[in-house]
Design a protein around this ligand. Structure first.
Ligand code: FAD
Ligand code: NAI
Length: 475
């Protein structure tokens, strides 16, 4: 230790980095965290998970009040109007409280915040704001940024072609918003502006939205979104965009080759929009890190590779979160942060990458953990599937909240649960039970014979598990 300023320097204070820094400090390591943003918390707290959930929550409340959906419960509201500035202010307040909370936790745990962007000088030192700082170990947690789309240039200040950061801060409700990419960001932020009154068109390259999810879930979700008013154009690619007088014109064409086999795929057409959201994925942040100085190369996807312990091929350098392979999710980054810190402290930190839930926070929410039906079959499992619709769940029916279903996929021989998929207003909360069950190696029978409180949406998971054996009670 005498030779270094710190035991550990973490680069980046997103959910991966700040959690790793706190855990390392808890384990007695002298720890610093470099962050170039004005506030701690990374993408997630500043321009990702938190502000998007704030806008989703507020826009859902507005839509419920405005649409007259509450009248059937005897709640008559007249004159509901939108104060978008106040909605943004409340979102910003939540962000400030939470990012300030990380600063408090750093102080409490004696983690030093090195203010500035870090560049490697050697395998044991970085330069931050012109100062060299050394550490026995360095953890890269620099996260990710928006993947650019050639010919469609993002300019958040102009506010016509924007990325998620721009779409979270639009000063007025667009008349027509075109979302490029029918993935998580497009559907969440598309939902916000649809609820606030915009016409929203989603242009998706593939022939289904939400890649990576169970096919049945993808199809049902698309049906629900279309019913809500989304115009979803799948199998379509954007080939360019021009902006004139505050409006964008997008050129689109079918994504698939025409039957003759010619490239380009059919007739091009144009779509006019006053806001275009580019949400075609994110890519790791590695520019400016000076990886060449320490002999670290990137893989074909621009990610840093690590071993099972999150150590790169340079023994003193570790990496976690969006900058390494795996789903780009905050809780995945946090779990890796804890495991990496424990490994650096000489303990055994492990992440089970097979059981990482994912949630799309639309209405209803869409959640999954483990394998989809297609992945389970492709992996060679004989499977049994149990499904239960919320239409038959007493609490969902009582709340007039019956969209969606639960799908449990189990191995036909061992009955071990391989995957669970849920569409429900509470899917994001319900999926935690499935993840816990799977982490403990549960069978569908284990879930089916676990007492679930009545009346709750969670009973639908129990009934879907009962359906694996063909014996649900309420359908
Ligand atoms: P990040 O959170 O990206 O943090 C990296 C930090 O490192 C940044 O603050 C950056 O400034 C800093 N940094 C980069 N380079 C340097 C350097 N050289 N020196 C110093 N600092 C540096 N995930 C979920 O699980 N749930 C959600 O609901 C969710 N919603 C999202 C909504 C949006 C709009 C977006 C864009 C993302 C969302 N995500 C969500 C994804 C989630 O934000 C990321 O998976 C998560 O933030 C990754 O954490 P990380 O610690 O790897 O990196
Ligand atoms: P994504 O990977 O979820 O979706 C991108 C979509 O764009 C895909 O459907 C893809 O097929 C499509 N696409 C790619 N190129 C295209 C093109 N040229 N034209 C049309 N469509 C194209 O990426 P997204 O939505 O940008 O989100 C990035 C990351 O952020 C995701 O990995 C996600 O995990 C994370 N995130 C997580 C959230 C959550 O957990 N609730 C919320 C928001 C983001």
């Amino acid at each position: 230790m005498a030779d270094f300023d710190y035991d550990l320097i973490v680069i980046g204070s997103g959910p991966g980095g700040y959690v790793a820094a706190i855990r390392a400090a808890q384990l007695g390591l002298k720890t610093a965290c470099a962050e170039g943003r004005a506030t701690l918390g990374g993408t997630c707290l500043n321009v990702g998970c938190i502000p998007s959930k704030a806008m989703l929550h507020a826009s859902e409340l507005y839509h419920e009040a405005k649409s007259g959906a509450l009248a059937k419960f005897g709640i008559d509201l007249q004159g509901t109007s939108l104060n978008l500035d106040q909605m943004h202010a409340e979102k910003s307040k939540a962000v400030t409280e939470l990012t300030g909370g990380i600063e408090f936790l750093f102080k409490k745990n004696k983690v030093d915040w090195l203010k500035g962007y870090a560049t490697f000088e050697s395998a044991n030192s970085v330069s931050v704001a012109g100062k060299t700082v050394s550490a026995k170990n360095i953890l890269i947690a620099t996260g990710s940024s928006v993947t650019p789309l050639a010919g469609v240039e993002v300019d958040n200040d102009a506010g016509v072609i924007v990325d998620s950061t721009g779409a979270l801060a639009l000063p007025k409700v667009p008349e027509h918003m075109v979302v490029i990419g029918g993935g998580v960001i497009g559907l969440e932020l598309g939902s916000v502006w649809l609820r606030l009154g915009a016409k929203v068109t989603v242009v998706e390259y593939l022939d289904q939205i939400l890649p990576g999810m169970d096919e049945e879930i993808r199809k049902e979700s698309a049906k629900i979104f279309k019913k809500q008013g989304f115009d979803i154009k799948t199998g379509t690619k954007v080939t360019g965009a021009t902006v004139k007088d505050g409006k964008a014109t997008l050129t689109v064409e079918p994504a698939k080759p025409v039957p003759s086999g010619a490239e380009g795929g059919g007739d091009a057409s144009t779509i006019e929009a006053d806001v275009v959201l580019v949400s075609i994925g994110r890519r790791p942040n590695t520019d400016g890190l000076g990886l060449d100085k320490v002999g670290l190369a990137l893989n074909a996807k621009g990610q840093l590779e690590t071993d099972h312990d999150f150590r790169t091929k340079v023994p003193s350098i570790w990496a976690i979160g969006d900058v390494i392979p795996g789903p780009m999710l905050a809780h995945k980054a946090e779990d890796e942060g804890i495991a990496a810190a424990e490994n650096i402290a000489g303990q055994t930190g492990i992440v089970n990458h097979d059981i990482i839930p994912s949630v799309v926070y639309t209405y209803p929410e869409i959640a999954g953990v483990g394998l989809s039906e297609e992945q389970a079959k492709a992996a060679g499992h004989d499977i049994k599937v149990g499904k239960f619709p919320f239409m038959a769940n007493s609490r969902a029916k009582t709340n007039r909240d019956t969209d969606g279903f639960v799908k449990v996929i189990a191995d036909a021989k061992s009955d071990r649960v391989l995957g669970v998929w849920i569409i429900s207003s509470l899917a994001g909360t319900l999926i935690a039970e499935a993840a816990l069950a799977m982490e403990f190696g549960a069978t569908s029978e284990d879930i089916a014979y676990t007492s679930h409180a009545h009346p709750t949406h969670a009973e639908a998971l129990k009934e879907a598990a009962m359906a694996v054996q063909g014996k649900p009670i309420h359908i």
